[in-house]
Every structure is written in C-alpha cells, then in structure tokens.
Ligand binder design. Structure first.
Ligand code: BTN
Length: 271
C-alpha cells in the first residue's frame, strides 16, 4: 500500500525564510520538470524565491540538452521516490556568475557524504559513477537591474536504476547512506544549498576553490574534452575554470557547453 511521503517543508521554510523574505516551499506529486516550471513562472513575471520539489517528473531535463530520467526504482510497492528532484528559484545579483554551478555541486557533496567527488563542472560522482546532476538556468528581471532569476535544478539518485543509454551505470545514495529517503535527503541539502547561493552572491567562487579542488574527481587525470582538447586536469582556478595542462601549455576551460571525461587507458602492449 502506498503511504504518502512526509516532506520537511515547514522545517526548511523556518530555516530559510528569515534570510529570504517571501520564500515558499512547494511539494508536487508530479510535474513535467521543476526547472521548466520555474522558468515558465519567470517568463510570466513571477520571481519569488521558492523551493519546488516533485515526487515525479515526466520530462526531466539535464545539461547539454539531454533528458534526465529519475529511474523507475526497484520498490514499486511503496511510494519511495527513486530519486530526489527539486529546483530552487531565487533572484541573484552576483558581481560575476562564473563558478556558481561548481559551488552548488560542492554544497551537495559536503552535505551528503565525505566520499563523494565532483566531476567538473558540477556532476556528483561516487567511485567513478554519476550519483547526482545539476541544471542551472537563468531569466532576466527587468524590475531588478543587475539581478537575474536563477533556477537551480538538482536530481539525486537514491535507489538503483537501470542504466539505459548510459556508458556507466549510475551510482545511488543508498549505497552510502542506507535507508535514507527523499524527504530526509532534502532536509539535509536544501538549507545549506540556499546558504551557499547567498554566499556565492556576496563573494563569488574564490572562497569555494580550495574545497572544490579537495573533492575534484578529475585531479591529475588525463582527460578528453568534447571540443577535442586533451591534457591532464589540474583542478579549477578562482573563477571555477577547469585547468588542463595540454601540449600547448595550461589551458583554462570555462564553457558550460564543453563536457570532459577521463581519457581511455592505453591498450596493454601485446607480448
Ligand atoms: C545533468 O546531470 O545533466 C543535470 C540533471 C538535472 C536534473 C534535475 S531534476 C530537477 C530539475 N528538473 C529538471 O528537469 N532537471 C533538474
């Protein structure tokens, strides 16, 4: 029998609202995509700070125009969510937006587990498999010059899911945190994430740089970028650019449109 999930909406609201006037928490049983919904609202002139959680997305979106599948999960007899899917929408006016998505990823891994790593720019990895992804979009706000409405979407795998179309099967949080379900995970990540966004707005990426590099899944690995560049990853700089030591010297990669992966290992020599 399906029992409804008990979401900590009030506890999160109480922690966040004093520093974010007008903040609300909304939990929906189903929507196409929490990011799509907040971008729709922004286009209609609605810029209120909000945490929007969906127990199920029918058209989840990922970075680089990909789909995001929450997975069917393994437990169909209860209402457990196979993944936690939510978006935070809020007006932000940082001096420089560079590195914001890296700060978001860092907040998630620091809230969730010491063994989690970040694959630039912001994928959350456990033992070489992706556990969570982040999609950030923004909309202009004519009534607040200098500010944009930022929509920060997060999807975290909680239970095992099928690996359809993926080269590597995904990781899931219960590998590291057995028994932890979506409401508890939301409670753990949402407030620190909003605090991180406000800290980023005040001070930019540089205060996060060293902590990101301590969690960098690509550190000192040979990498291949989707634009063809190859080299050895050397961490990120103070604006979150990935530094790659290539044959042409140290290159800085900033484009969110570029993806990066570890280079395949050379084939063993035949005897
Ligand atoms: C990626 O890894 O490519 C980013 C995945 C982001 C998925 C989340 S789930 C909640 C929010 N709504 C979406 O449609 N996408 C983000």
């Amino acid at each position: 029998m399906n029992t409804p999930l008990r979401w900590p909406a009030e506890a999160i609201w109480e922690a966040v609202a004093p520093d974010l006037p007008g903040f609300t928490v909304e939990i929906l049983p189903e929507i196409d995509s929490t990011n799509t919904e907040l971008m729709r609202r922004a286009r209609a002139g609605r810029f209120d700070p909000v945490l929007l959680v969906a127990e199920r997305q029918t058209a989840g979106r990922g970075r680089l125009g990909r789909d995001w599948h929450s997975g069917a999960g393994t437990n169909t007899t209860t209402s457990m969510c196979p993944s936690l899917t939510f978006s935070i929408g809020l007006p932000l006016a940082p001096r420089d937006w560079s590195g914001m998505s890296l700060a978001v990823g860092l907040s998630l891994v620091e809230s969730l587990h010491p063994d989690l790593r970040l694959k630039w720019p912001n994928d959350v990895y456990f033992q070489g498999r992706k556990l969570a992804g982040i999609l950030i979009e923004t909309a202009g706000m004519t009534e607040m010059p200098g500010a944009r409405y930022a929509v920060i979407g997060v999807g975290i795998n909680l239970h095992p899911r099928n690996a359809d179309g993926l080269n590597t099967p995904p990781a899931w949080l219960q590998e590291l945190r057995p028994g932890m379900e979506a409401p508890e995970v939301l409670m753990q990540v949402a407030t620190p994430l909003i605090q991180t966004l406000k800290a980023f707005e005040r001070s930019g990426f540089s205060p996060f740089q060293a902590r990101f590099n301590a969690r960098d899944a690509l550190a000192d690995l040979d990498v291949v970028l989707s634009d063809g560049m190859t080299g050895r990853a050397q961490g990120v700089d103070d604006v979150g650019a990935l530094q790659v030591l290539s044959a042409q010297g140290l290159q800085k990669v900033t484009s969110a449109e570029v993806s990066v992966r570890p280079a395949p290992l050379p084939a063993p020599l035949k005897p």
